[in-house]
Design a protein around this ligand. Sequence first.
Ligand code: 13P
Ligand code: SF4
Length: 360
Amino acid sequence: MNTKAPSESLAADLAVVRQYLDQAEQPRALSSTEQSDYKRQIVELMAQKNAKLVAHYYTDPVLQELAEASGGFVGDSLEMARFGKECDAGILVVAGVRFMGESAKILSPDKKVLMPTLEATCSLDIACPIDEFAPFCDAHPERTVVVYANTSAAVKARADWVVTSSIAVDVVEHLMAQGEKVLWAPDRHLGAYIEKTTGADMLLWDAACIVHEEFKARGLRDMKAMYPEAAVLAHPESPAGVLELADFVGSTTQIIKAAQTVPQKQVIVATDQGIFHKLRQLAPDKELIVAPTAGNDATCRSCASCPWMGMNTLPAMLESLQHESNEIHVAEELAVKAMVPLQRMLNFASEQRLKVQGKA
Ligand code: 13P
Ligand code: SF4
């Protein structure tokens, strides 16, 4: 059975994160002329420098459009890692959060990886420091260590497997079939979801995403009463009560695909609001509804919007490209170790794709 471990400090971690974010400067809104000017300069520089922009669905729609218009890529964290590795750019500009830039660098050591800001982190990464995680692993040598991609390079380097939300259940099912017990970190909600879905023996770290943590089952139940026909699509970083009410649970890309394919016309979505840009493009006939968070506007902290993803702005991106600043560096020894579980994930993902294609 699942044993919760090891932290009594989740609330404290979240309090620190929130305090930091309360003090962080909010990006200034740009006029449309300023936006066009920044975009033009960025596209010119990327062409000159053989750079490609890789953006996550949670980033500003302006950046997502820029990535696609300039031959870059928008996707979930697994696809971002894959695109970064496979594309032939000399420079990758990663619009997302720090772990995404680090994964890109680890998988493409010969590419220069830049980020609009190096401050964009993730509450899961913060709550799983290597000096606490390594002893936890050491205390359970009989378990296979599986970590979420939302972790530092040092934590990845200590793991047997790295997974993203799009592939976590498949990997754990695969390990379970080989009789392995799992040590999972850091997201407790995703961990509990995998454990429940697969029935695997999992020991869970105790951290959470500050954005998804705010979706609450009670509010969602009330919303379902208002929209009884609606399908609920949720990211597995959401609390268990929310996932139990969901018709579909999956990664950002999987949520977008589900929105396109579910028969319902109304779709309630429990994940960061940045995803609505792509949802509106790809599911234009659907009525898209943001799942309720713990509070509204002034009373909620994230309002379904990741504050770190929001730090990726056009001015910061232009500056980073002009000066090739905010470069991601990963110490070679760590990178070599972290590459192993990351590459294992990519190999597993491509084998899975082949299997699915073989069935079709
Ligand atoms: P995806 O892998 O689903 O894109 O999720 C990344 C993430 O950080 C979600 O909060
Ligand atoms: Fe991390 Fe949550 Fe932001 Fe994703 S949405 S990057 S899990 S804090």
